[in-house]
Design a protein. Structure first.
Length: 202
């Protein structure tokens, strides 16, 4: 991950308030001082009564938290507000006070701790293949794109040989795209793979 990711989580008691609050942040419907502090670096999403403000650094997250608390208090809303940070090894948002491992040794220690608590990290298809597990764990420890691609490529080759997933049926999908697009291949799981896609110029 090129940058750290920070998130301000606003959990409102009333789902109806989530829409209004989220739209105010999106539209920057704030006073001049709050707009200046928030800037244009914050990404806003909403899920029911939960509003999330994403920032790329700690300063942005701190400013977003401050604006959120002031806005909730001004509108007399009831909400829990917390700042979290994305932890790539654990693959979840955790309290921002928990430091990220930086060195290779710290990353390995963190991975060992996760494994001791949760058991061996398994690939997403949950297949019991030690080599695939090793390769997937390796992608969590390195940030070099070439090294991660190599590990993923090796893992995909193993899964391609062993075929741990067998599709018994799938829904009929209708996909529409411009005639300028070539190389598109529809896959039964419905996910779109960008490999090999080409968009011709006008």
């Amino acid at each position: 991950m090129a940058k750290d990711e920070w998130r301000v989580e606003i959990d409102l008691d009333d789902e109806a308030h989530g829409f209004g609050l989220g739209e105010r942040f999106r539209a920057h419907d704030l006073d001049d001082e709050a707009r200046m502090r928030l800037g244009h670096r914050i990404v806003v999403t909403r899920d029911g009564p939960h509003v999330f403000l994403y920032a790329s650094d700690e300063t942005g997250a701190s400013q977003a938290e401050m604006v959120a608390r002031e806005l909730v208090a001004t509108d007399d809303l009831s909400a829990d507000i917390a700042v979290t940070r994305w932890h790539p090894l654990e693959e979840e948002w955790l309290d921002a006070s928990i430091p990220l491992p930086r060195t290779d040794e710290e990353k390995q220690d963190e991975l060992d701790r996760i494994q001791s608590v949760e058991g061996p990290l398994r690939s997403q298809i949950d297949q019991m293949n030690a080599e695939v597990d090793r390769l997937m764990n390796q992608t969590r420890l390195v940030t070099n794109p070439a090294q991660r691609i190599e590990a993923y490529t090796q893992a995909m080759a193993i899964m391609g040989r062993e075929r741990p997933i067998m599709y018994l049926y799938h829904n009929k999908l209708i996909v529409a795209h411009t005639t300028r697009l070539s190389g598109f291949q529809e896959i039964p799981d419905g996910l779109i793979r960008p490999q090999g896609l080409r968009l011709a110029a006008n």
